[in-house]
Ligand binder design. Sequence first.
Ligand code: SF4
Length: 444
Amino acid sequence: MGLTGLQIFKLLPNTNCRECGQATCLAFAMKLAAGKEPLDKCPYASEEARAALGAASAPPIRSLGIGQGERAVTVGEETVFFRHEKTFVRKPALFQQVSAELLPAELAARLQRWQALRIDRAGETFRVDGVALVEASGGREASARAAAQVAGSGLPLAILAHTMEGAAAMLERSRDQRPLLVPPAGADLEPCLELCRGASVSLCIGGSDLESLAERAAQATRAGVVDLILEAPGSSLAELHQSLSQIRRGALERAHPGLGHPVLLRVGPGQLERAVLGIAKFASVIILADEGGESWLPLWTMRQNIYTDPQKPLRMDPGVYPIGEPDHRSPLLCTTNFSLTYFTVATELEGTGVPAHLAVVDAEGMSVLTAWSAGKFSGERVARALREMGATEKVDHRTVIIPGYVAVISGELEDALGGGWRVLTGPQEASDINAFYREVWERL
Ligand code: SF4
């Protein structure tokens, strides 16, 4: 657990010199405890204080990186049991399982498909996060070649080994891509550590129960292999639920040093309920045997709903978004950058079949009425935003349509835009846009 503000205060010099930007050491300690200031800002903190604060402020669950470059994934660093306590930090990475027994051409085609797959939803892009390659039975060379193929694709690689010889051969051809090694079931720890020690390879630790799991992880750490992921034991859903929860609870309470690592979950064919449980209950890497949208889409969507920060509204980047292929005669509408508002309006606009420019104004992620009452969607702010994002250059009819709920800003906006601009008050509900087009816009 982290230190309280008062505990931190006792470690500071208490000179109130203000060099950290705070009026007193106590004020700085409170900011530090809340994670709003780094300790580096106090040049006078002693080594003893740095050591104590450093250890206390380290997340109870280590981070773990798999892969290199743009597609690399990082998991871990979680600090809470329930999302509403603060937030979940790293969403679970979903890895697609594939066999090394596939012919190279078939594997290449699948890798190409997974690399290219992108689905945009509510400000997030769903992608295949990585590939879990199952060692081919009796084909060490085929396995090694397949590992090199996956590593070369840029997708993060997890190696699911059946033999230690196969594991070594697959690592040999992929270790510069920071793969994750999942050793054969029941493998001795020491040979696994040998394969990972001194290399950028993370290791999956298994165990028949939590005690042996934690002890093996601690043993690996003592042996110098610290990039670990724990495979949650439990064959039934109830057992799995229990072990996932106990690992998270034990890590947060620092009950055992071996529990402070991310968690891996394997999901066999048709076992989607295990994946659902893993997303809801703290799995960090989930390996899915099933392929295809009917399995992945609901999981991505569920993950998105859980792994958003409840303290931050989902927001769009401000800018002018085209609906269809608009030109200089198309309607120009504006709204706020609250994602839900944007997607509701954009969907209704698309449904009209009328190409349009939709200007999304930065209102700190608030909905229209909330933004207006907070002073974030005033006529002056909207006019400035429309000019800065180039919306006023997109059309030559000099007309902008504002949401019906903020009709009150129309005069101020018209004045702030100047130059003969006209402000039309649109409907209050996005579902009435079609009727508005017919009854107002088309009669102008
Ligand atoms: Fe206190 Fe350090 Fe801030 Fe000075 S810089 S006021 S010693 S916390």
